[in-house]
Design a protein around this ligand. Structure first.
Ligand code: ADP
Ligand code: ZN
Length: 515
């Protein structure tokens, strides 16, 4: 095993778990591997493939990466090939020949290709050593990129009961893990779960207000460092990239609306450090292994934690520090919620809603980010203090906000719970805007009762009150503030403590100071 590792890959030692996994596969045991990206999953099936008789079949959804993967193996002296829709008829014939002649150790196939009768017939003539299912979570509807063509893969265990199947993924909650094992029909599998903690990443959630200004300030301090800025829409990718370039930063956009060649070019230039920053939608990053990414910014709210974890996980591959900043706003939440509500399938809508809720909980949590993140993946972090997230490093002061809370709640009451947060804050801030006047809200008792705090402080307090359950938000499209039992208690004289964030300290700076 060590000799194979050394001979074909040039490494002298195994990483954690690799050796045990390889042993199990060599013993023809079904195996499930959950390991973060970059953890070294490939070797777990490539080494058994080289050591066992016959040909190993690797199922991968990433057709665009197959060629690179195979080229890499071939240059290491491994006889590998792939079958997918990009090949010409002649190339398919050549590969088929090589398979039948027993000249290949590893064959990559797309799932839809594997399920074709011609492919299955072909495999019935040869000795298959193992099936490796890469990105195995794609089989589960609970995974964040369910692929229908993965759904049939359960038949492998039926058709080839004696061939070990090894499912691998970098992203699975306990639920997806169980679902995947079940759907692949693995027989009493060995299950390996590597730690998902990326200790060199710091997590920082910032309020999304003046986020563009904050972003500019942040990257000014990152001279020459490589970073990714994720946005939710092509439009904002284009506009942020352009604005930053006008300010003198070197950025390139990346999204599915660009031509294949443009996308490829931009990605390559980023990987080669020809350009510092790539501004991208989540279309960017699959299979990219750039070691020196020093910051990953989510300019908009991600739709779920799996995606967020994967995207931040593209930072700090070299083991050095990487800052992950997310700008959080409720506005983004409502936007995404709106899109989810438009989804036609109820089952998909429900799953997406739960996942979005988990994402919000993560952003609004006042416990260590790393702890919340890891517990999402079923991993327990012992300490409540990771020393590498905004919650741990920027502790917030609380203050008695009972009077302020009553001011706000009284106003909600006075307008009969029929207005949104901004409007309420406008009223108590004494705004004379047209909208206020048209409702005659300048004549309310609450009008102008909120001096002592700025409008943005009021908005922060209102949001925190919603978060803490002192106030409800109703109505999906036009969120209206409404009172609940707790609000009534406060109005009757109850106490409320809210937090004041000690603003504008970067997590990295506070971390450096403490170390
Ligand atoms: P994953 O598929 O889990 O994202 P890869 O299999 O692509 O990860 O491995 C990530 C990187 O780590 C690759 O460059 C790989 O060559 C390297 N690697 C894997 N195993 C070892 C090892 N035992 N020692 C050193 N480097 C390794
Ligand atoms: Zn922490």
């Amino acid at each position: 095993m060590h000799r194979t590792l050394q001979k074909y890959f040039g490494y002298s030692e195994f990483r954690p778990l690799q050796e045990d996994i390889i042993n199990d596969v060599l013993n023809k045991k079904d195996t499930f591997v959950l390991m973060p990206t970059g953890g070294g999953k490939s070797i777990c099936y490539q080494i058994p493939a080289l050591m066992m008789d016959g040909i190993a079949i690797v199922v991968s959804p990433l057709i665009s990466l197959m060629k690179d993967q195979v080229d890499g193996l071939v240059s290491n002296g491994i006889s590998a090939a792939y079958l997918n829709s990009t090949l010409s008829h002649r190339e398919v014939q050549e590969t088929t020949r090589a398979i039948l002649d027993g000249n290949l150790k590893i064959l990559y196939v797309a799932p839809e290709r594997l399920c074709m009768k011609s492919t299955l017939d072909l495999l019935s003539y040869v000795n298959v050593s193992l099936f490796a299912i890469d990105e195995a979570h794609c089989i589960s509807q609970w995974g964040h990129d369910f692929r229908p063509e993965y759904h049939r893969l359960g038949f492998l265990k039926e058709k080839f009961p004696d061939v070990p199947v090894i499912g691998l993924t970098a992203t699975a909650t306990p639920k997806v893990k169980d679902d995947t094992i079940k759907l692949l029909k693995l027989k009493s599998p060995s299950v390996y779960v590597a730690s998902f903690n990326r200790s060199n990443l710091t997590y920082d959630i910032r309020p999304k207000k003046d986020s563009y200004g904050d972003l500019v300030k942040y990257i000014q301090g990152q001279a020459g460092n490589s970073g990714i800025i994720y946005c939710n829409s092509r439009k904002s990718v284009e506009s942020i990239s352009k604005k930053l370039n006008n300010k003198g930063f070197h950025t390139l956009p990346y999204h599915a609306g660009l031509s294949d060649s443009k996308r490829h070019e931009h990605q390559e230039r980023f990987i080669r450090d020809d350009v510092d920053i790539i501004v991208a939608t989540v279309a960017f990053g699959m299979g990219i292994d750039k070691p020196n990414v020093r910051f990953v910014i989510h300019y908009d709210l991600p739709k779920n934690i799996e995606g967020y974890y994967q995207e931040t996980g593209r930072g700090g591959r070299d083991g050095l520090e990487c800052e992950c900043i997310l700008y959080f706003s409720r506005g983004d939440w409502y936007k995404i919620k709106y899109f989810i509500d438009q989804m036609s399938k109820k089952s998909e809508r429900d799953i997406a809603t739960v996942k979005l809720r988990d994402m919000i909980d993560y952003c609004e949590s006042t416990t260590c980010r790393r702890k919340v993140l890891l517990s999402y993946f079923g991993e327990e972090l012992e300490s409540d203090y990771c020393g590498g997230c905004d919650v741990c490093l920027k502790p917030r002061d609380t203050f008695d906000a009972s009077d302020a809370a009553r001011t706000l709640l009284s106003c909600v009451d006075e307008v009969n719970e029929r207005f949104g947060m901004t409007h309420i804050v406008d009223i108590i801030s004494g705004s004379m805007a047209k909208k206020i006047k048209s409702y005659k809200h300048d004549r309310l008792k609450s009008h102008g009762t909120g001096d002592g705090y700025s409008k943005s402080e009021w908005l922060d307090m209102a949001r925190e009150m919603v978060r803490l359950g002192y106030l409800d938000v109703k109505g999906a499209r036009y969120p209206l503030l409404s009172l609940n039992k707790k609000s009534r208690e406060i109005l009757a004289g109850g106490e409320v403590y809210l937090t004041r964030s000690s603003d504008a300290v970067s997590v990295k700076a506070s971390r450096a100071k403490r170390n």
